[in-house]
Ligand binder design. Structure first.
Ligand SMILES: Cc1cc2nc3c(=O)[nH]c(=O)nc-3n(C[C@H](O)[C@H](O)[C@H](O)COP(=O)(O)OP(=O)(O)OC[C@H]3O[C@@H](n4cnc5c(N)ncnc54)[C@H](O)[C@@H]3O)c2cc1C
Length: 323
């Protein structure tokens, strides 16, 4: 069996197959997804998985294949959302009703300590910890409202993942893995005012349960050389990418000197007080992928600047890490 086919789901569309097909094609065009169509079979490649739609007079047979169980569910959720807008539903052959959302691990807090004046380091323990060290640099923390019993996202009878809403809605900030070994993982929280995550970190203690879902959000950009620029929220991502790469790399960080940690001694890294100016002044050698992350306004400016330099869309990343 191919790696792509390890995990599967299949189901029928009994009404609205035509509308489903049209919606899939429109989405493929909108998201620039690879699409093949032959002999009544539509095949869409997305997120490392595959979605097929075989139309027949009786309706359509939908099938998902992916290398990970959680990817099957992610594709199934995206499909359900797309088709719901057309009033179309898939009757799945089998559904793990009541199971935790794919990719969700419930982990225990081991410790929260000050890594530096501006950062807290959190260590979590759980048997799925190692899964978060590959395939994506980031994950979402799922923090239930304070004082309420947690309600975790689970798979419903329809095959869709149902997320708690209203008073049970979860806070879902994105963080970056900072370290992992055995059954633990660590991440660093940049301390700032008005942060529910910082409040959680200040009030949690060993043994508390927290949800961690992922990993996701990309890996090292593919290029001969890397230029990485970011503010404090991007420091963990830049540190991780520098640790993972053996390609020529340079990094510029807009963080307080006392928060640089081990990056202060890394000759590839410099500190700045103005990330945008640093980007605008940077010499960018051919073959470089420029990666920029910070406040959404800074990311927007970076995107415009890099496009204005004539860089292609695939040659840079400009990500809003906070707003
Ligand atoms: C892919 C990705 C990876 C990330 N990795 C990390 C990481 O490893 N460590 C980390 O600390 N952050 C990281 N971030 C940023 C983090 O997700 C945001 O800062 C997020 O807003 C934190 O959630 P919160 O509970 O503090 O705040 P929210 O509820 O989102 O926001 C609360 C308030 O805090 C403000 N705020 C948010 N971030 C900042 C900030 N940096 N400075 C000042 N005010 C702020 C908001 O404007 C808002 O007013 C990452 C973001 C992305 C997209």
């Amino acid at each position: 069996m191919s790696a792509l086919g390890e995990y599967r789901a299949a189901g029928e569309i009994r009404q609205g197959a035509g509308a489903a097909l049209a919606a899939l094609k429109a989405r493929a065009a909108e998201w620039d997804l690879e699409l093949h169509e032959a002999d009544g079979l539509l095949t869409l490649l997305l997120w490392g998985g595959e979605l097929t739609c075989a139309v027949s007079p009786a309706g359509a047979r939908m099938a998902i294949r992916a290398p990970e169980r959680r990817l099957v569910q992610v594709i199934r959720d995206a499909l359900a959302e797309l088709l719901a807008a057309e009033g179309v539903a898939v009757a799945w052959d089998a559904v793990e009703e009541g199971a935790l959302a794919p990719g969700l691990a419930l982990m225990r807090v081991v410790s929260v300590r000050a890594r530096s004046p501006g950062f807290l380091r959190v260590r979590l323990r759980g048997e799925e910890a190692a899964r978060f060290a590959t395939g994506g640099l980031h994950f979402r923390l799922l923090l239930p409202p304070r004082g309420r019993a947690p309600v975790w996202p689970r798979i419903a009878a329809t095959g869709r993942t149902v997320w708690p809403e209203g008073r049970d809605a979860l806070h879902r900030p994105v963080y970056t893995l900072a370290g992992q070994a055995g059954d633990w993982l660590e991440f660093d929280i940049f301390r700032h005012a008005g942060s529910p995550t910082c409040h959680w970190a200040a009030s949690t203690g060993p043994g508390d349960t927290v949800g961690v879902i992922g990993p996701g959000g990309g890996w090292l950009p593919e290029a001969d050389r890397l230029m990485l620029l970011g503010d404090a929220t991007a420091l963990p991502a830049i540190a991780r990418m520098l640790a993972l790469t053996d390609r020529p790399a340079r990094a510029v960080l807009q963080v307080a000197a006392e928060d640089m940690g081990s990056l202060a001694a890394d000759p590839r890294v410099t500190r700045t007080d103005d990330l945008t100016a640093a980007l605008e002044a940077a010499q960018i050698a051919p073959g470089t992928h420029v990666w920029f992350a910070g406040h959404e306004d800074a990311a927007r400016r970076a995107r415009a600047h890099l496009a204005g330099r004539g860089m292609g869309k695939r040659d840079f990343t400009a990500a809003a890490y906070w707003s």
